[in-house]
Design a protein around this ligand. Structure first.
Ligand SMILES: Cc1ncc(C[n+]2csc(CCOP(=O)(O)OP(=O)(O)O)c2C)c(N)n1
Ligand SMILES: [Mg+2]
Length: 370
């Protein structure tokens, strides 16, 4: 069982005890376990990780603005969590199956969801967005922690099929207080399910700071359930890639793993939230200095003489992605109001038929007024 946390007396020191490969200033540090898992990563691949993170941030910025302009119903920003999402998702095989939460734009995009799919989800134009089976990724889950149980069930099925894929559940720090997540860990350990739990500890569960839910690092709980665990710097994309490669291999060959990626939610919980009411501006500034994209850029600038020219092309690509997202939303054809009742049940249902008739009569009332 690998658990990298070493006990320290000082709480701040203990909370910063994460596996890391790139420091906030961009310098590379060695980690005895993680180094081997990224020994093959070339400058080209690092550039790819940089590009993925920049494009994710652009989609995020655009989604936020589109919600403010009334084009999307809601948006859950992932600003600051790009490394935790891209690094872990890039470590998976296409045939593995991912169970994300609402915040994982970077994860679902890495799996193959299109910008239109993401826009559709938050505009509410379809009952779901992408086809989960086409990209081996479940629909983004809003019910906190529920997907951890789905992932374990799926992983148990993989084992019965004799396949060597894994299932992965993404959830937040707050979700670890839910019964579902704890039950999922019990089942994962009892059935030795090939599953990785990725907890993005972004320090907040809406307005609840993580300290209210966990007085010690969250990854420390997992060995008690019988899971291997690691706590990694979630703003270091290379460390996240390495940690997830280790975790995926362990889940495939030995048993379930819990990965805590320590990161920060730089934006509001969703566009319905105002974090200035409950958190200090200083805290945000502290984390801004650990920005995952700036960190990889600083590292690449050290080792890649052509990095600035490359970054300029990524900036152009990102403008294109922004325009594509905006175009997708503005050109979306609203579905008919009555279509909300489609696909709720496979068979006719009297309760639903009654609601449908009531809603049709309500809509007809507007026609008379006109
Ligand atoms: C079962 C359930 N309870 C409560 C909520 C309301 N809710 C939505 S997000 C959230 C906080 C989740 O925090 P965390 O797990 O840290 O994830 P983050 O939003 O920070 O990514 C809560 C309580 C919900 N969606 N589902
Ligand atoms: Mg959180």
């Amino acid at each position: 069982m690998v658990y990298t946390l070493t006990p320290a007396d000082d709480t701040d020191e203990r909370l910063d005890d994460v596996a890391r490969l790139i420091r906030p200033d961009g310098t590379r540090v060695s980690d005895p376990l993680l180094d081997a898992w990224v020994a093959d990563v070339s400058v080209t691949e690092l550039r790819g990780l940089y590009r993925d993170m920049v494009l994710q941030r652009r989609i995020d910025t655009e989604g936020f603005s589109l919600q403010r302009q009334g084009q999307l119903g809601l948006w859950a920003p992932s600003l600051g969590q790009e490394a935790a999402q891209i690094g872990t998702a890039r470590a998976l095989r296409p045939s593995d199956f991912v169970f994300p939460s609402y915040r994982e734009i970077g994860v679902v995009r890495t799996r193959g969801a299109t910008i239109e799919d993401i826009a559709n989800t938050w505009r509410g134009e379809k009952n779901s967005s992408y086809d989960p089976y086409a990209i081996n990724t479940a629909t983004m889950q809003i019910i906190i922690g529920a997907q951890s149980l789905h992932a374990v069930g799926y992983a148990m099925g993989i084992r019965r099929d004799g396949a060597d894929d894994i299932a992965v559940a993404y959830f937040g720090d707050g979700a670890t207080s839910q019964g579902d997540v704890n039950e999922a860990m019990v089942f994962a350990a009892s059935y030795n399910a090939p599953v990785v739990f990725v907890c993005q500890n972004n320090q907040w569960a809406i307005s609840e700071p993580v300290g209210v839910q966990a007085s010690a690092p969250i990854a420390g709980r997992a060995p008690g359930f019988g899971l291997a665990a690691m706590r990694v710097d979630g703003n270091d994309v290379l460390a996240c890639l390495a940690a997830m490669r280790w975790a995926a291999d362990h889940a495939r060959t030995e048993g379930p793993v819990f990965l805590e990626a320590v990161t920060y939610r730089m934006g509001p919980h969703t566009t319905s939230d105002d974090p200035t009411r409950y958190r200090d501006a200083d805290e945000l500034e502290d984390w801004r200095r650990k920005d995952p994209i700036d960190r990889l850029a600083a590292h690449l600038r050290d080792i890649d003489p052509e990095f600035d020219a490359f970054a300029a092309t990524v900036a152009l690509d990102s403008d294109e992605v922004g325009a594509q997202m905006r175009g997708a939303v503005l050109n979306m054809k609203p579905r008919g109001a009555m279509e909300v009742f489609d696909h709720v049940y496979a068979e006719p249902h009297s309760g639903l038929e009654r609601q449908k008739a009531e809603f049709a009569a309500y809509l007809a009332g507007f026609e008379t007024e006109a």
